[in-house]
Design a protein. Structure first.
Ligand code: M6R
Length: 605
């Protein structure tokens, strides 16, 4: 959480940083601030609120400088107010931070900082410790400081007497850095860097990096210089803008056919699933006795769909574990458990820690990640990148469907490696998978119709979503989407579970969204729907086109989904659920892309 940026060079640091902070704002948007270092003088501008508020502050003062650091905050220690906004300053040190310093209270005691700090943050304490150790050598001060810190951190630091230089160091929380035309930049992620260059590197943990207009230097904690491992971002710069859509969420929903295409096409060779570019050996798929998927939020919901596919088609047991709970349930993973970690950002700390634990237990691992070079990608044995491009809206959409696309491919490869399917079955499955983008396009063409459907729940206080099997899995995601962007309370229930308690909440006019896409479950699902209708519920039904409905059953609305083979129906149905959530949020006049209290990248436990 929190976005950090640093720039030094020929350009106007403040403008560059403000633009970058807007691109990083999805990481946290409680407050924002910048510091500019100019001829030994550091000026800080910061305030609670959004980057646009910081821009106003800047317009009033227009401080000069070609070197600076900037921050957009998701509060952990200390409430949301001007004084807790970053940057923080102590003596000659100005600093921004992403992460949590767990031992900050001990540090306050140890270095007698009581009464000397202005904010309630753990970050200011770090600035004070750096100041304590600073005797003219920034590397030494940072080395000594980080050895005292417990927790996670990405720190970017200005020293008053180190003109034009930014220093940075990290543990777990990410920092990437790049040389730009006439300068150098660092950032929490590549989103802020790609407008300037495609070449960047991930700052290794516990290394000190220094940026100057002349370039970048990297040192390990013993002070030895290290070679930089450069990477290339393949994100299209143009794709970072809204391109005429009012919100990124809509743009990203609309991009799904292309994103899925980009994800599956490079992994189909001669009509068969192929992971040779990732180097994944078939033994991995053959030798495992069970699979454990670890992920959070939407990525975890993608895992649930993967579980249904793999159990049904491969016949091996799959657990899907919320990464945030993984460590607290005495996880049983071993060398026969294939661990699949799923994460859009590749930085979710719970997923990262769970993955590291599983690897220590000897589990082979594959991660499904969207951001190249992210921590989870680097911590797993093999990585399959979803080629979704930058996902900026906090609510995940195209990352989810591309994660599903990878899970479909992995399932097919596993079936192939285990000789489970004949040629005909494999060909049919792969042809159906290849059809997903065009089917999604068909749904997207009906977005105005879906907008009207969304009107049915616009003023609802509670919404229930019911379905069975795969339909239930995607409703969990549909419900999360609705909650996070519209603030309407909603619950997804396995329809068969309703009678065990929840049906007590269904009364006259309760809105219920029901998804019925699985032939083998249809009759049971429809009778569960009758049960809620008998209690007065208004049901919005998503069902396959041409599917017969009994006379006499009343529907609030029926949306006809383009038909695919049952196991692929989650793809068109998910798009409809995403659009419903989006339009409800839009029509309520909410900030769709930045729902309250949330951040795009969750790097604290
Ligand atoms: O970056 P990750 O995929 O690891 O993020 C996991 C969740 O935090 C994320 O999916 C979250 O649930 C989204 N806000 C949902 O839209």
């Amino acid at each position: 959480m929190c976005g950090i940026i640093g720039y030094t060079g020929k350009g106007k640091a403040a403008q560059i940083m403000l633009d970058a902070l807007e691109l990083l704002e999805y990481r946290g948007y409680d407050s924002a601030g910048i510091a500019l270092l100019n001829q030994g003088h550091t000026q800080i501008l910061k305030s609670a609120g959004r980057v646009k508020d910081l821009r106003k502050l800047y317009a009033g003062q227009k401080p000069d400088g070609q070197c600076g650091i900037g921050h957009t905050r998701w509060a952990t220690h200390g409430g949301v107010c001007d004084k807790n906004a970053h940057p923080h300053r102590f003596g000659r040190i100005t600093l921004i931070h992403n992460g949590i310093i767990e031992n900050y209270r001990e540090l306050i005691e140890k270095y007698h900082l009581q009464g000397k700090l202005e904010s309630e943050t753990d970050t200011e304490v770090v600035a004070a410790v750096v100041e304590r150790f600073y005797t003219g050598d920034p590397y030494s001060a940072l080395r000594r400081t980080v050895l005292k810190l417990k927790g996670t951190f990405a720190l970017a630091v200005l020293f008053d007497d180190q003109p034009d230089k930014i220093f940075a160091v990290r543990n777990v929380s990410p920092i990437v850095a790049a040389v730009t035309d006439g300068g150098a930049m660092l950032s929490s992620d590549v989103a802020a860097i790609v407008p300037y260059t495609q070449d960047y590197f991930v700052v290794p943990e516990f290394h000190v990096v220094s940026l100057s207009p002349e370039g970048i230097e990297l040192f390990d904690l013993s002070g030895d210089r290290e070679e930089i491992e450069w990477m290339k971002a393949d994100w299209d710069v143009g794709k970072s803008g809204k391109e005429g859509y009012p919100f990124y969420m809509e743009k990203e929903i609309m991009e799904q056919p292309d994103a899925v295409r980009e994800t599956i096409l490079p992994r189909i060779r001669n009509g068969k699933p192929d992971f040779s570019q990732e180097g994944i050996p078939d033994e991995m798929f053959v030798d495992c006795k069970r699979i454990c998927v670890i992920a959070c939020g939407t990525a975890m919901h993608a895992g649930l769909v993967g579980k249904s596919l793999i159990q049904a088609m491969i016949g091996i047991h799959v657990d899907v574990v919320m990464a945030s709970e993984f460590m607290y349930n005495d996880p049983v993973v071993d060398k026969e458990t294939l661990v699949i970690a799923i994460s859009q950002s590749g930085e979710t700390i719970d997923t990262l820690e769970a993955l590291k634990f599983a690897r220590k237990c000897g589990s082979p691992s594959i991660s499904i990640v969207n951001v190249k070079g992210a921590s989870i990608a680097r911590a797993s044995e093999y990585v399959v990148y979803t080629n979704a491009g930058p996902e900026i809206a906090v609510a995940s959409t195209k990352a989810y469907t591309t994660q599903l696309a990878v899970l479909y491919l992995l399932t097919a490869r596993m079936a192939m490696a285990r000789n489970l399917w004949d040629e005909k079955k494999l060909t049919g499955y792969m042809q159906e998978l290849s059809r997903v983008p065009e089917v999604m396009e068909q749904v997207l063409k009906t977005k105005e119709e879906i907008h009207r459907l969304a009107g049915v729940i616009l003023n609802a206080k509670d919404v229930f979503m019911i379905g069975r099997g795969l339909d239930y899995s995607i409703l969990l995601e549909g419900s999360l989407k609705l909650k996070e962007v519209s603030y309407i309370h909603s619950e997804a229930y396995a329809s068969g579970e309703l009678k065990h308690g929840t049906i007590a909440l269904i009364t006259e006019d309760t809105p219920v969204i029901a998804v019925v896409t699985q032939d083998k479950l249809k009759s049971k699902e429809l009778s569960n729907i009758r049960e809620v209708q008998s209690r007065g519920a208004r049901v919005l039904l998503l069902i396959k086109e041409n599917e017969a409905l009994e006379e006499g059953q009343e529907w609030s609305c029926v949306y006809r989904l383009p038909k695919m083979e049952d196991s692929f129906m989650v793809m068109p149905a998910s798009v409809v659920l995403q659009l419903i959530a989006y339009y409800v949020s839009l029509d309520k006049g909410l900030d769709v892309d930045k729902p309250r209290n949330l951040a795009k990248v969750v790097t604290v436990e």
